[in-house]
Unconditional design. Sequence first.
Lengths: 385, 385
Amino acid sequence: MVASRGVRHDSMRARNLAVVLGAIHRSGPHTRAALAELTGLTKTTVSSLVSDLLEVGAVTESGAVRGGERGRPGTAVSLSGHRVATLGLEINIDYLAACVVDLTREVRLRRILRAGNRNSDPAEILQSLRDLVKETTAEAEQAGLRIIGAALAVPGTVEGGVLRSAPHLGWRDVRVADLVDLPFAIDNEANLAALGELWFGSRETDFLYVSGEIGIGAGLVVGGTVFRGTFGLAGELGHVVVVPDGPACRCGGRGCLEVYAGQDALLGELPAVTSLVARLESGDRRALEACRRAGHALGVALTSAVHLLDPGRIVLGGIYAPLFPWLEGPVSEGLDGRLGHMRGTPPALVVSAIGADAAVLGAAGLVIQQVIAEPAQLLGLQDAG
Amino acid sequence: MVASRGVRHDSMRARNLAVVLGAIHRSGPHTRAALAELTGLTKTTVSSLVSDLLEVGAVTESGAVRGGERGRPGTAVSLSGHRVATLGLEINIDYLAACVVDLTREVRLRRILRAGNRNSDPAEILQSLRDLVKETTAEAEQAGLRIIGAALAVPGTVEGGVLRSAPHLGWRDVRVADLVDLPFAIDNEANLAALGELWFGSRETDFLYVSGEIGIGAGLVVGGTVFRGTFGLAGELGHVVVVPDGPACRCGGRGCLEVYAGQDALLGELPAVTSLVARLESGDRRALEACRRAGHALGVALTSAVHLLDPGRIVLGGIYAPLFPWLEGPVSEGLDGRLGHMRGTPPALVVSAIGADAAVLGAAGLVIQQVIAEPAQLLGLQDAG
DNA sequence: TCTCTTTAGTCCATAATCTGTACATAATCC
DNA sequence: GGATTATGTACAGATTATGGACTAAAGAGA
C-alpha cells in the first residue's frame, strides 16, 4: 500500500479548484458570492480560483444574475463547453464507437464503425480503433476542442488496466495501451453504461444498471460512483445462480442467470431484438413465454443482488430496455414477493433512459468526472497563475 | 447533496496530521526522517506535526534507531497505547458486551453481561448497556485512558444511525442515542465483525466475512473499508436465493440461504454449537448430513456473492468457525465447481482468526480507524499548538 | 584519540495560500 | 438623488509549509 502523501500549498489550491469547479458542476451556474457561500471559502479566494478556471477555459462568465431582490447583481460562472472535451471509446461485438463530450456533458461528436468483432484478432481491431481515434480527435480539434483524456468500454472483465477476458470477442489478457497519447482508462461495458445512465440518462445517483447483452452485466452506482469490488470484477450478474442444478452455462457453472435471460435465450433463432419486440406486440405465444421465463429468472437473481448490493433502484438497459413492457411484470413480481419485509420498500424497477450508446457516453463521462475531481492536474493548472 | 467545503490552512494541517499518524499506524514505528521520506513532507514539518501528536498522547518516542550503517541514529516515533482509547459495544441475542481498545489496538478491558435479549424491551436493555458503559469507562479512566469515541454492534439492519430492524431481538426502528456522551456510531454486527477480523484477526485488507449466527450476515471489506451499499443494508447473505421455490423463510421469501444454513437449520434441537461439534467428531450421521447440506447451500450463495461483490477471499466466522472442518469441503466444492473460468482462481476460503468477540472488537477498531483518519478532530488538536 | 563523513532533528527566513477588512461598483427602494 | 444592499476586488495580515543553515550524534579512518 502506498503511503498517502502530505498536503502542500499547491495541493491545497488544487483541492480548492476542485471544490469550486465541483460546486459549479453539481448545482448549475453560480455567482462568485454564491460559490463562496457554498464552499465556505472567502469571496477573495473564490475570485482567484475562478480566474484560474476561466484562463484554462473550464468555465465561462455568462450574463448578470440577480441574487436577492436588491443589491448589485453578480455574474454567473458556468461550465464552459467551448474548449475542454473528453473522448469516449467502445469495442463491442458488432461495432466500434467513439464520441466526444465537452465539459458540460454535451455530446459533440459520434462515430460508429460497424464490424464483426466476434472472435477477432485484437491487433487488427485495435488498429481500426486507433484510426477511429485519429479521425475523431482531428475533427474535434478543428471545432476548437482540446481533448484531455479518454476511456474505453469493453465487453469483458478488466483488471488493473488490462483486458483480462472478453469471451464474446474471444480475447484474453490483452494490454490496451498506446491507443491515445493522453490520460487513459479502460473499464467494463456494464460499469461505463451505468455511468452513462447516471450522467446522460436519469441522473439518479444510486442504482444498479443491468446491461442485457449477449452476456448480462451490472454496474452498481452508489453516491455517483461505481462500485468495482476488489479486482474490478464486481457486478457479474449474469452468473448469479438461479437454479442450483440447472443447465450448464458456458462459464462452467450451472443454472446461471445468463442461461435463462441472456440474449441467446431470449432471441433464440431471431436475428435481433426488434424482431422479438414485433412478435411480442403481435401476441406470439412462444415469445411471450420466453420473456416471462427470463423475467422470472431475472427477478430471482435481482433478489440476491438487492440483498448483497443494496442498490437505490434497478435500471434495466441493453436489450432489456425495449423488452421492458413485457419484463416488468414478472421481474417485479419476483422481486416484491421475495424481498419480503427485510427492507422498507423494494427498490424501484425502471427502464434505462438512454439507448445503446450508454457505454461510450459513460466512458467519456468518466473522464469528465476525473477532470471535475482533479482539475489542476488534468487541465495543466499546476503551475499557472 | 451537501457541497464539499473548501480547504483552509487548518484543514491542511489536519490532513497532514492524519497523513503522518496514518504512516506510523500503517508501517510501524518510524523516525521523523523516515516519515518525511514516506509522506513527502519536509523534516521540519514532520517534526512540528509529531510534536503536536506527542502532546495529545497519540504517539510516543521510543529508543534510538539506527537507519543506515552510519550517521546519527533517529528516535522512533510509535503509536502510544497509554492515553487514547475507544469503546466497543455489542448487543447480541444472549449477551451485552463492551471492550476498551487503545490506539495500538491492544485490548485493555472486556466486559460481558449474559442476558436473554430475545424479544426484549429496548428501553430496558439500553439501560443495562448504559450501566455497562459507565462501569467500563470508569475503570478505563482509572487506568489513565481517555476514551474518545464509541461504536455499537447490533444484530440487525442500521440505516442513518437508527436501528431499523433486529428481528431476533424483536426490535424495530429504535433510535439509539445518548448512550454515551462521545462521538458515537452504530452498525450491523456482520460489518463490524468483518472489521474485527481485519484489525484483530488475519489483517488481510480484502475479504468477505461471513457471520454465521441465528441469521447469516456478511461484511465486505475492500481495501480496508467496509462496503455498505446505498442505505447501509448491503451484505444480507442470509437471504440470497439458493432454491427459487424452496421452503418459506421468515423474511417472506423462499429458499433463502438462512433456511438451509442458519443456526436453527444446523443445530436443530441441539442447545449449542459445541454439542454439534461433539456429534460431528463422533461421526454422527445426521449431524454430518446437516453440515453437508448447509455447506452445499453456502457454496451456492457464495458463488452468487463472489460474482456480485468480487471479494479478495472468503472468511467464515461465527458458528461457522468451529464447524469449518466439516463445512470447508462442501463449500469450496460448490464454489470451485461453479465459478468456472470467469476469474483466474476462486477466492480462498479460510476460517476466521478470531472468535465470538469479533464484532465488539471491530466496533472499537472502527473508532480507532476514525481517529487515525481524522486525528485533529477527535483528539482536539484543532486549536492546539 | 582526533578528524571526517553521514544522518537526524531543529532554527529561521522565505514562500504560498487563504482570511478579513476596506472599498469600488451596480442594482433597487423611496 | 440618496439610502440600502449586494457583488467583486485590493491589500495587509495570518497560517502553514519549504529550504538551507546549523547542531547533534554516531561510525570510519588515520
